[in-house]
Design a protein around this ligand. Structure first.
Ligand SMILES: Nc1nc2c(ncn2[C@@H]2O[C@H](COP(=O)(O)OP(=O)(O)OP(=O)(O)O)[C@@H](O)[C@H]2O)c(=O)[nH]1
Length: 384
């Protein structure tokens, strides 16, 4: 998309968002090393103690900045196992090194091996295993523990992620929809905290919504930055795409793009990052319906909105997305001037999130059923 956008928008001066200037840390590279195993004691067939493991434990309300500040050396080295001696034939194991990490981190080694995710509080993950103790089968020499640099990559976990070009009204929607006293989620994103809101419903149901502003803006403004934020969309249950009915123009020197063109660019942007994003549940909001001529514009494009594929086919291949993004619903609103429309949006979001949850539930039930069926096929009685 970077190149597509630059074709369309030309070279764009970087616009830095406030929280980007504040230096929000969403990844951190550390070094982990399991403790070495202790040596065995050949004379008595003694076994050396196992080296300690390095273990990460997920904790809420923690940021990667906190992790960094608590250990600026960024080295996590577990204790070695003790050697076997004539007093301790079985050498005592080395102590594990446990430390806390924010909920939502993925841990990847430099070689690209994914060690796993910490998605829920108190989840634990062994980042580096300690070495085994020396014994008769390994010449009584303890082995080294695993050791490598690991990158902690923090992904936002929210039910809904707002996706859109700058100025479309994402922040206004977030503020309006979680208005009164917006409950700011307990997410470990100190610097982006104001961009995550909770939608509270009468029955106390809560749905979290994240404004991911750097997302698209960054993708076309400078290489990498937009993609850096696009990763947060991956974990949301629903993408809420927001487009201004009047379209978007980055500045007087750039061409004006219509609402439909913006939608196409956004979809292409998502596709270029990860085409799997297009199979995520999505909903489209057309904002600023209070502005002059908005209703006429909406009526004009309504049929095309329902058949985006047909509309995109008017554009050259390199500009239009290859895949399709299916919107559950398309809702025109005015985030600023029409609280009723925002209320309606809030209700529809609840419905859709519930439908998605039901579908997931059915899927997991089908999975279990399939598992049971296949295990019966292998081991169960043959029914004649
Ligand atoms: N007329 C009108 N203006 C709106 C509406 N919603 C938002 N705005 C205005 O549009 C401008 C941009 O709104 P934001 O909510 O900051 O948009 P955003 O998508 O978060 O923009 P970035 O922060 O640049 O990503 C502000 O001046 C808002 O007051 C609307 O429904 N109608």
């Amino acid at each position: 998309m970077v190149h597509i956008s630059s074709k369309i928008f030309g070279k764009i001066k970087q616009a830095t968002r406030k929280y980007l200037r504040q230096g929000f840390r969403d990844n951190l590279r550390i070094y982990v090393q399991g403790g070495p195993g202790g040596n065995g004691y050949p004379k008595f067939g003694g076994v050396g103690g196992k080296g300690g493991d390095v273990i990460g434990i997920a904790k809420e309300n923690l940021t990667l900045e906190d992790v960094y500040k608590s250990n600026r050396s960024k080295r996590y080295i577990a204790k070695g196992g003790r050697h076997s001696t004539h007093n301790f034939i079985l050498g005592p194991p080395g102590e594990d090194l446990k430390f806390e990490l924010p909920v939502g981190v993925t841990l990847v080694t430099d070689a690209g091996k994914n060690l796993g995710d910490l998605n829920n509080p108190d989840d634990q993950l062994v980042l580096a295993k300690g070495g085994t103790g020396g014994h008769s089968k390994n010449g009584y020499l303890g082995t080294k523990g695993q050791a490598y640099p690991v990158t902690l990559d923090l992904k936002l976990i929210a039910d809904i992620g707002l996706v859109g070009f700058p100025n479309a009204g994402k922040s206004t929607i977030l503020k309006g929809i979680s208005h009164a006293k917006p409950k700011i989620a307990n997410y470990p994103f100190t610097t982006v905290k104001p961009n995550i809101g909770i939608l509270l419903y009468d029955d106390n149901r809560q749905i979290s919504m994240a404004d991911l502003p750097g997302l698209i803006e960054g993708a076309h403004a400078n290489k990498g930055m937009g993609h850096k934020f696009l990763k947060h969309v991956e974990r949301t249950k629903l993408m809420l795409m927001v487009a201004d009915i009047n379209g978007f123009q980055l500045g007087p020197q750039y061409p004006h793009r219509s609402c439909l063109e913006n939608i196409m660019l956004l979809i292409k942007e998502l596709e270029m990052y990860n085409k799997d994003l297009l199979s995520k549940p999505a909903m489209l909001v057309i904002n600023k319906m209070d502005t002059d001529g908005a209703l006429a514009k909406f009526n004009e494009i309504e049929s095309q909105l329902k058949n985006l594929g047909g509309y995109f086919s008017n554009y050259p291949e390199e500009q239009r997305p290859e895949g399709k993004l299916k919107f559950y619903e398309i809702i025109p609103i005015s985030a600023k001037e029409n609280p009723e429309s925002v209320k309606l949006l809030k209700e529809r979001l609840r419905k859709i999130i519930d439908v998605i949850a039901d579908e997931k539930e059915k899927e997991s039930q089908t999975d279990v059923l399939e598992e049971v069926k296949s295990s019966l096929k292998e081991r169960g009685p043959v029914l004649i």
